[in-house]
Write a protein that binds this ligand. Structure first.
Ligand code: UDP
Length: 486
């Protein structure tokens, strides 16, 4: 008799950049391992009804054996207007718990759900999974170094007890198998130890370390880029026993997410540029620069004399992640409101300014693209590895400074421009780093381009049938099948 394939539910965190790796992970489990998946999507007030980008991501799932349930949008009417987007992230998950409970209860009875895969922001759903007797897996859509820092946080909290700010730590933080991290390079959310967010993160880490009820941790990295860090995690005992970990990366978007007309504008423009000549400039789904920094970047790109596509978001002087949960442009695009006078005209022909969103995977995969100035979001980073595009590391928030350390100091696939004392990266520095990357001049530029080429091959190999990540995913799928048949 043929067995019914296991059914799993996935619960990504809010924001398109969390949705993308979850959906891609689900897609691979459905296509390569014949699992059935239901995606439970928490909604912020801004992403209701879902944006075209959200719908496009979900459309990459096979129609058969994959379903989507949108939760009712949470209410933020009580929050001050200037609430940090990352705080809204956490609140979206906690405020969605009653609807998550409702949906999971019905899935557990109707679809015999075996397991729940949850974004770290949704750790509180662990109690629901236990009540319903469903296995619980955390999926960190980031790397081994970030996971290792989370597991180290309870101890770090004791070490840092006499400091208000992590940036003041006198010694670098040494995580097993990782490059040493200066205090200022740790997660943005734990920099100020006096905040509620810091305390929440420590509680969250303590809950993971105690490990009660977590069946495994999945993350988006692979052996070739973090061999020692992954091995250290594999050996680490959590809650008295070795916790199964699954390095299944690179899990990145495979298609184009965007709007057809805008996509073709970008890609047609690229079609007409020389091979490897264009620098793609993007700060991810939600990264924003201050007004002054936008001005410096515009002049820096202009002074570099290089070709570029710049995905521009409205500047924000308060938050580096101001556009994080917005999913779509806020009002009509008026670049003249914030780009230097005459910039668009002066760079016409060699520069393209794009409003808010570009079909990134296709831009990076295009033969005219030769460099990526990136905020070092982990998905963007993996996409640049996969397409062999060397990077300029410009981290802004979340775990991006950690990623920059990995890219610049360990993997040597990125150049990093220096900020001056007031935190601004000036136009001359930008022009100089852009030229070094795009022309491969100087020792560092040359090394970065060579190392990127080598990494492209090992990134694809991780996904080959016998690659380390494909094997980790098969192991996970067979564990789920065994659980389902018991
Ligand atoms: N992305 C895109 N077009 C854009 C900006 C982002 O397709 O204009 C995609 C990008 O390819 C990646 C994700 O959105 O898959 C961004 O994730 P990442 O982890 O790099 O950064 P975050 O948005 O979380 O800061």
């Amino acid at each position: 008799m043929k067995q019914t394939p296991p059914h799993i539910a996935i619960l990504p965190g809010p924001g398109i950049s969390h949705l993308i790796p979850f959906v891609e992970l689900a897609r691979r489990l459905v296509v390569h391992h014949e699992l059935h998946v239901t995606c439970i999507i928490p909604c912020t007030p801004d992403d209701h009804p879902p944006s075209d980008a959200t719908k496009a991501v979900l459309e990459s799932l096979p129609k058969r054996n994959a379903h989507t349930i949108f939760l009712p949008p949470v209410n933020f009417d009580d929050l001050p207007n200037d609430t940090n987007p990352s705080r809204k992230n956490t609140l979206t998950m906690t405020r969605s718990l009653p609807s998550i409970h409702h949906v999971l209860k019905s899935l557990a009875s109707s679809a015999s759900t075996t397991a729940l895969f949850v974004d770290p922001f949704g750790l509180d759903a662990l109690d629901i999974a236990k009540e319903l007797d469903i296995s619980f897996y955390l999926f960190f859509p980031t790397n081994a170094m970030s996971l290792s820092l989370v597991l180290h946080l309870p101890k770090l909290d004791e070490i840092a007890a006499s400091y208000d700010f992590m940036r003041d730590l006198p010694e670098p933080v040494k995580l097993p198998g990782c490059p040493p991290l200066r205090g200022g390079d740790l997660f943005a959310s734990i920099q100020d130890r006096r905040t509620d967010t810091y305390k929440e993160r420590v509680q969250f880490a303590k809950r993971i370390v105690s490990a009660g009820g977590i069946d495994g941790i999945i993350f988006n990295s692979f052996m070739d880029i973090e061999p020692d860090a992954i091995r250290a995690l594999q050996e680490r005992r959590i809650g008295g026993s070795v916790m199964p970990i699954y390095p299944v990366g690179p899990i990145v978007q495979t298609g184009s997410i965007g709007q057809i007309n805008k996509d073709s504008e970008c890609l047609t423009w690229l079609d007409n540029q020389p091979r490897g000549s264009v620098l793609y400039v993007s700060f991810g789904s939600g990264g924003t620069l201050s007004y002054d920094q936008v001005t410096e970047l515009a002049f820096g790109l202009e002074m570099s004399g290089q070709r570029f596509i710049w995905v521009v978001k409205r500047p924000n002087n308060k938050f580096p992640n101001a556009a994080y949960l917005s999913h779509r442009p806020q009002g009509p695009f008026k670049p003249l409101d914030f780009l230097p006078h005459g910039f668009v005209e002066r760079t016409k022909g060699r520069g393209l300014v794009v409003d808010f969103w570009a079909p990134q995977a296709r831009v990076l995969g295009h033969s005219s693209t030769g460099g990526f100035l990136s905020h070092c979001g982990w998905s963007s980073t993996l996409e640049s590895f996969l397409y062999g595009v060397p990077l300029i590391a410009w981290p802004l928030f979340a775990e991006q400074k950690l990623n920059a350390v990995l890219l610049v100091e360990r993997l040597k696939v990125a150049l990093r421009p220096k900020a001056d004392e007031d935190g601004l990266i000036r136009r001359k520095e930008i022009a100089c780093v852009v030229k070094a990357l795009m022309e491969g001049t100087g020792e560092e530029g040359r090394i970065v381009r060579e190392r990127t080429k080598a990494l492209k091959d090992s990134t694809s190999k991780a996904l080959d049938k016998d690659g380390s990540s494909a094997r980790a995913l098969s192991e996970l799928a067979s564990t789920l099948k065994t659980t389902a048949s018991n």
